[in-house]
Ligand binder design. Structure first.
Ligand code: TXA
Ligand code: MG
Length: 319
């Protein structure tokens, strides 16, 4: 794809120092992660955090995830638990966010956590995010780099399109491998999944050897971000459809659907990981093609399929 955006830069040694300079000056930049692209800023800085909320148009009751390179820096910010360490060992760096109790000594700017007594922390796996975090002496608050309620970006071009010149720097780290946001698990009390993602309840249960609960109900505001109409392309969407007329877009999965101009197959080989990777790209494409309605075929509700169905339900305003 031709780079028509002057604020997108490739990852090089020179650009790495440029990015670090921006972050140290408490400016906000776009960064790739393995899940989706993020809007990154110094988690300790009031200026950076306020800027993130402003750029996203995000309600201040919706906390941000704070990203770290590894365990070395988290002691200052959160209360560490056994369950956390077990999951860290099994899945990190990777697409898993932990909600833990905040320590009084923490320097994280309180608005980053919406003044809650907890902090969401994550250790991204993407080489660009890792290289940058390793060189900083503060963690990065990093929500997905989209306006509040819109579809998360999976390429640097998606970020540039969303914010135009409002962000001065976006590092191009290729298309996000996973394509859907991290699993969020609250470990403050009983382990409870607040947002499904690439790491499933079953995988987490296998490591913790105990029951894992699910609470993705937006009415119980445990994760205020899980609001209705999140992750939405803002086009009416109807789920569990078997067929479609020629005027609406049809998102399908697997071999049994005929190919046509208005059919968008997430994975012809019925591979749920590929479907997750294609989901937001497909939302964007359909929006660009100016369809007025989207029908969606049934997607198996197993593994990462649970996360796909969660995002589809939210996009359809059903959760
Ligand atoms: O994959 C990801 O997690 C991406 C990449 C960039 O790391 N980030 C991301 O951030 O999806 P965001 O801000 O779009 O979503 C964060 C979610 C929200 O649902 C928010 O409510 C929840 O995490 N969250 C963050 N801190 C929380 C806390 N202290 N308690 C409950 N939920 C929290
Ligand atoms: Mg988001």
């Amino acid at each position: 794809m031709k780079n028509i955006y002057s604020n997108i830069i490739k990852f090089s040694k020179k650009n790495l120092s440029k990015a670090l300079k921006y972050l140290k000056r408490n400016r906000v930049i776009g960064l790739p992660t393995e899940t989706v692209y993020g809007l990154a800023g110094n988690a300790y800085s009031s200026q950076a955090i306020k800027k993130i909320y402003k750029l996203k148009g995000r309600p201040r009751i919706n906390p941000l995830i704070v990203h770290y390179y590894d365990l070395s820096r988290i002691q200052e910010d959160v209360v560490i638990k056994d369950d956390f360490l077990k999951l860290y060992k099994a899945f990190c760096p990777g697409p898993l966010t932990f909600i833990l109790k905040r320590k009084k000594s923490s320097k994280i700017y309180k608005l980053a956590c919406s003044n809650l007594p907890t902090v969401g922390i994550r250790f991204p796996k993407h080489r660009v995010a890792k290289k940058i975090l390793k060189k900083l002496n503060f963690p990065l608050a990093m929500p997905s780099a989209n306006k509040s309620n819109a579809v998360s970006p999976v390429t640097s071009f998606d970020v540039a399109e969303e914010f135009k010149k409002k962000i001065k720097l976006i590092i191009n780290g290729g298309r996000s491998k996973i394509g859907i946001e991290s699993t969020v698990i609250n470990l403050v009390n009983k382990p409870t999944i607040l947002r499904p993602g690439a790491i499933s309840k079953k995988e987490i249960g296998r490591i913790l050897k105990k029951k894992v609960f699910i609470n993705t109900n937006s009415k119980k505001i445990n994760s205020p971000g899980m609001l209705k109409k999140h992750y939405s392309p803002n086009i009416p969407m109807i789920l569990d459809k078997k067929r479609v007329g020629k005027n609406h877009a049809f998102i399908t999965f697997g071999k049994k659907y005929k190919k046509s101009k208005n059919t968008f197959n997430l994975s012809e080989n019925s591979d749920l990981k590929i479907a997750a990777k294609n989901l937001y790209k497909t939302f964007r494409l359909i929006k660009k093609m100016k369809y007025k309605k989207i029908y969606v075929a049934k997607i198996p509700n197993i593994g990462i399929g649970v996360a796909i169905n969660d995002r589809l339900k939210r996009a359809a305003g059903k959760r």
